[in-house]
Design a protein around this ligand. Structure first.
Ligand code: PXL
Length: 269
């Protein structure tokens, strides 16, 4: 049996809904073998981020080398990277191991407003990480920070997606969840064509970790050899199922339901 291997390079969320924990749960549900490099530890629950503890650079590089020198990976994603030093070290190692199928979730701010990326690190993201990417998955505020554009209309989104491809990304998914329209429109751009993925907005406060889960699902699909557009479409189904069937855990923004997609597909849910 050939095992698809997927690696996440991201922060830990003690609450289990976002970050490393969301990624590993998603990899498992989509039949990829999950591995993790922890860049920072957050003390966190559904009410917010209470502390952020970055891992020293040597500790991050040593984790990456442990995977690179033995197991390798078929795809990887990055999530919370926190500082320009971490971004530069991670980019250098991805380049060193010539890893492809690289999904960049440019995580910047947690739902409650806590900074998961320092302001000055946006340039490192643009200069070193985006050029290595197979796909970048910004939400609208992140795309605004990366491109230095105000994004209001669909045309604005398309311009921003083109800018990100100009920066060296192979493709972009511009996530529409941060808008307020009744329908959520996620835009996929492969450098040539735009695909609009539209779905009704689901009324729930349990959306913690949606971006992490979505990008992890893309990574798992790429690890299995699925081509990028189909990987994105499957990831959209995965996250939609996870948001639709909330678990109701915690007093604040609770986690999504990582079981939902698979349980639904085996008709036991
Ligand atoms: O969803 C962004 C995100 C990524 N990584 C970690 C997080 C969060 C949001 O809270 O905690 C560790």
């Amino acid at each position: 049996m050939i095992i698809a291997k997927a690696l996440t390079i991201a922060g830990s969320d003690s609450g289990g809904g976002a970050g490393i924990q969301a990624d590993l749960k998603t990899f498992q549900e989509l039949d990829a073998y999950g591995m993790s490099i922890i860049t920072a530890v957050t003390a966190q629950n559904t009410l917010g981020v209470h502390g952020v503890y970055p891992v020293p650079i040597e500790g991050i590089v040593e984790q990456i080398d442990a995977i690179g020198n033995d197991m390798g990976t078929n795809a990887l994603k990055t999530g919370m990277l926190f500082s320009s030093e971490i971004i530069e070290a991670v980019s250098e190692r991805i380049h060193h191991y010539q890893w492809d199928n690289v999904v960049i979730d440019p995580v910047m701010i947690a739902k409650g407003g806590a900074k998961l990326l320092q302001d000055e690190a946006v340039n490192a993201l643009i200069d070193t990480l985006i050029p290595l990417s197979t796909v970048v998955t910004p939400n609208i505020p992140e795309a605004e920070m990366i491109t230095n554009r105000k994004i209001n209309t669909v045309e604005d989104r398309k311009k921003a997606a083109k800018d990100i491809v100009q920066m060296g990304a192979t493709s972009v998914v511009m996530k529409g969840g941060h808008g307020s329209a009744d329908d959520v429109v996620d835009l996929f751009f492969d450098g040539e064509t735009f695909v609009e993925m539209t779905s009704p907005r689901i009324d729930t406060r349990h959306t913690h970790g949606t971006g992490c889960t979505f990008s992890a699902a893309i990574t798992a699909e790429l690890a299995k050899g699925v081509e990028i557009k189909q990987a994105v479409l499957t990831a959209k189904d995965f996250i939609r199922a996870a948001i639709e069937t909330e678990l109701g855990i915690g007093e604040g923004h609770g986690p999504t339901n990582h079981w939902a997609y698979k349980k639904r597909s085996v008709k036991s849910f």
